[in-house]
Design a binder for this molecule. Sequence first.
Ligand code: HEM
Ligand code: NAG
Length: 327
Amino acid sequence: MASNKKLYSFLSFLTLLISFLLQCYSGKSELQLNSYANSCPKAEEIIKQQVINLYNKHGNTAVSWVRNLFHDCIVESCDASLLLETVNGVQSEQAAQRSFGMRNFKYVSTIKKALEKECPLTVSCADIVALSARDGIVMLGGPRIEMKTGRKDSRDSYANVIDDFIPNHNDSISLVLSRFQSIGIDTEGTVALLGAHSVGRVHCVNLVHRLYPTVDPTLDPDYAKYLKGRCPSPNPDPKAVLYSRNDRETPMILDNFYYKNLLKHKGLLIVDQQLTSDPLTFPYVQRMATDNDYFHQQFSRAVLLMSENNPVIDSQGEIRKDCRFVN
Ligand code: HEM
Ligand SMILES: *[C@@H]1O[C@H](CO)[C@@H](O)[C@H](O)[C@H]1NC(C)=O
């Protein structure tokens, strides 16, 4: 018995040793909580402070950080590919149709500069995308989410494949569910993530096909009238800043009014409103509409999954000096 036990502990020691050596050998590591504890102990605090300062000056920056996380992470990986600008053969993801309306990218540079001042070339832009979303969610009255770090930045933009990952505003619910499924997010999590549309705005170009020539019958008639007032032309100039708030009750709070509005046929996008017509998603809409804590709990779980989609953690990636350009 005793020698069996010894053998057993020796073997488990050996297993540990081998896996440790393998990890060193392959140069791979995992995302970790507080991964900058030694290399840049103030990193997370600096990001949080910057997110707060920016929120106080331009409240909608917090909204942008939430959308950035979705657009960066669902396309291949959370690797700040979204932040690359069009230059020398790189085509920016920001110029894609699906990125329409995205804003505040210049303030990512503000956050990065504060980090570069404290610890040069240490904190990745991908971790800035993740942690700014985490801290932005708190500024918007959403849940606190514990997030790991250690992501590296991509050396490429994926502008040419964006449509394969990010659904369109009028795609079917089954397509939306399958896109999120492919990164490990279930139906309940997907319904919760769309609750991000509790904040921010939608431009008329993404609304008019529900208003003209005839009003979409799934849209509340009074609400349609209001939206027609916001978007008086069936062919809005995409450059004109004509839009409607996502949630008129609490436009800057990440709460369950989104789901309450859906139940009242006041969803803005077709993908939003469809959550109430599909039997797979409808029960979650009902539950989230009545229970904000449940929404927050599912939102946290799904945001975390999204933020850990396929991270670059090895020498394939880099730590960018300027989030807009590869080094
Ligand atoms: C089926 C999936 C989704 C589709 C088709 C979609 C589509 C859109 C569209 C068309 C807009 C309005 C853009 C404009 O006209 O300015 C928008 C805004 C927004 N989306 Fe999504 N979205 C999806 C999922 C998500 C997810 C998962 C999140 C985050 C967790 C998110 C966060 C946001 C935010 C915060 C805004 C407001 C941005 C602002 O006001 O600056 N979206 N989305
Ligand atoms: C969805 O909207 C786009 C414009 O944003 C349009 O070109 C396309 O035909 C629409 N698709 C469907 C299925 O209605």
